[in-house]
Ligand binder design. Structure first.
Ligand SMILES: *Cc1c(COP(=O)(O)O)cnc(C)c1O
Length: 221
């Protein structure tokens, strides 16, 4: 199957409100260009240097999403162009993104990464940390004018157990809905990024509106 037909097959099954991020990490620019020529404009990468090199070489109407864990000292390299950072899970990182966005005269959209999986290894916030995080953002609006928290991101446990995956995604959706219903909050969370090649269908059933799909488009890595 070609990249173009993979992309078309996936897109034909997606509800209108679901945004597809084509995860192109490790793949050459020629592969990304095939997706671009098929109409794809949102690409996800997990390494800042690789994303920056691809950004330099590719058309400038692409939206680049950073989906990986971000080291604070590398934010400056993507601040001129990144369109959404999915994996924000520390205040130190958020403050650095704000600082670098300011230097570039931009506002950078961020998703807060939640820990929903059973595995210890995945990054992300628990519910208590999320509440503290959002309080901090609310209380420091003056300083944080160059970032916007626009949603949540999560990764389910890597397992074949569909019930487990469904439980984790549903949990994240519940948190997402709850925050949006808080009367006192003026943070509006619009984006819920959950679902990858193996589990995006379940994720959409559970309320995801942004999926990050790599191998089902570009093949295995
Ligand atoms: C690699 C990656 C994906 C895409 O994974 P596939 O299984 O290839 O679709 C999605 N999200 C994150 C955070 C990733 O690192």
């Amino acid at each position: 199957m070609s990249i173009q037909s993979n992309l078309e097959n996936i897109k034909s099954t997606l509800p209108k409100n679901v945004t597809l991020v084509a995860v192109s990490k490790t793949k050459p620019v020629s592969d990304l260009m095939q997706a671009y020529e098929a109409g794809q404009r949102i690409f996800g990468e997990n390494k800042i240097q690789e994303m920056t090199e691809k950004w330099e070489q590719m058309p400038k109407d692409i939206q680049w999403h950073m989906i990986g864990h971000v080291q604070t000292n590398k934010v400056k390299f993507m601040a001129p162009f990144v369109s959404l950072i999915h994996g924000v899970d520390s205040l130190k990182l958020l403050q650095e993104i704000n600082k670098q966005a300011q230097k570039n005269n931009r506002v950078i959209d961020c998703l807060l990464q939640m820990h929903i999986a059973e595995e210890e290894t995945k990054f992300g916030l628990d519910e208590k940390e999320l509440n503290d995080f959002l309080d901090f953002v609310q209380n420091n609006k003056e300083e944080l004018q160059n970032i916007r928290v626009v949603g949540l991101m999560g990764m389910a446990t890597f397992t074949d157990n569909q019930e487990q995956i469904k439980k984790e995604f549903t949990h994240l959706k519940t948190i997402f809905d709850m925050l949006n219903q808080l009367p006192t909050s003026n943070i509006q969370l619009l984006t819920l990024s959950m679902g990858m090649s193996g589990d995006y269908k379940v994720a959409i059933d559970c309320g995801s509106n942004m999926i990050r799909v790599g191998s089902s488009i570009f093949g295995g890595r």
